[in-house]
Ligand binder design. Sequence first.
Ligand SMILES: *[C@@H]1O[C@H](CO)[C@@H](O)[C@H](O)[C@H]1NC(C)=O
Ligand SMILES: *[C@@H]1O[C@H](CO)[C@@H](O)[C@H](O)[C@H]1NC(C)=O
Length: 399
Amino acid sequence: MTQRSFNDNCCYYSPTSSKRSEDNGMKLLATALFAVAFGILLGLSFPSLWIAKASLPQNILHSFAISHRHSDIATPSKAIDISISKACIWVPSNPRGAERLPPGIIASESDLYLRRLWGNPEEDLKNKPRYLATFTVGYKQRYNIDACVKKFSENFTIVLFHYDGKTSEWNDEFEWSKNAIHISVLKQTKWWYAKRFLHPDIVARYEYIFIWDEDLGVEHFDAEEYIHMVKKHGLEISQPGLDPERGFTWQITKRREHTEVHKETDEKLEWCSNPPRPPCAAFVEIMAPVFSRKAWRCVWHLIQNDLVHGWGLDFALRRCVEEPAYEKIGIVDSQWIVHQFIPSLGSQGKAEEGKSAWQVVRDRCNMEWKMFESRVDKAEKDYFKSLQVQSPSNSTTLQ
Ligand SMILES: *[C@@H]1O[C@H](CO)[C@@H](O)[C@H](O)[C@H]1NC(C)=O
Ligand SMILES: *[C@@H]1O[C@H](CO)[C@@H](O)[C@H](O)[C@H]1NC(C)=O
């Protein structure tokens, strides 16, 4: 029995393994050197054992190794193991940490599809939504969210991130809510949720991912039509145009009439360079972004664990698409929204030092923006320095 568990658990690199990589070879060499050193040490300390060892059959040696497995002396069991050829699994191309599994069993990706508790799993899913829409919500905005959700067809999985702890109340009022995914954590921001709950491997089934605020008016918006536009124009990262009547922060996000999509703005040219850069092109805001699966796989990594407001992220998104980035990032004009500027989480700070609850949150947003900028800058500089080449640009910052 001991023998068996040894075989199962202790799969070291077998010298006869045909799959042995260079890395494995190095480890083997190191282990062998250890073995020699240990052997000499052992020989010096216990001359009688040295003699006995030489004449012992291998399976007894084996048990000797086992008896020492849990002692400080771990090396000999490995060393002896090398001499015993076993069928081991070590697949370097498997996901990190899962190298011991036969590749055929690995399920490295998931989805948010709801399943039933009975029956054949293969027959669980009547439809497999291809797109994902997430909203960060408070109960007060439920009617607006209800209106939003109705603009997203059955081809969408709906996820609500609740920052006010009210979740089951939604089920009382909205039928769709019973099929939505509800994630409730008090007073967190959408980028906090996105980092934690939308890992690219978890949402790998979805072709497009909407990560939206709760205060968007969607009267002139239809999600299927939107996706049609995004595909047609090859946008990896996009947002719907904003109704200019109702206010906007950046010129480029302003909805244009008579076009389907635009990717550049011709205003505030003092900020623009050639090739065009944010905020003149390759730019969407963080309020209503839509990511392709491919872009999200990168953007998730760009989101900093501790920077929860996501300020500055919009200026760096271009890094997540192939150049020319200004071709892959754009504003959809034919499906547009209204930004209602409802400061839900924005006013939930903790008033201190004479500053309002709103102001302290805003201060943090600005601070995060600066921190994010300097991290991106530093990372870029470090990278090019490590290659010993001149950094090709002066970063993402808005000069
Ligand atoms: C959902 O997707 C399918 C497949 O692309 C499409 O035929 C159908 O029209 C979509 N549903 C809606 C409501 O657009
Ligand atoms: C970066 O900016 C500094 C000053 O802002 C300027 O002197 C320098 O030439 C710029 N470098 C590049 C590579 O654009």
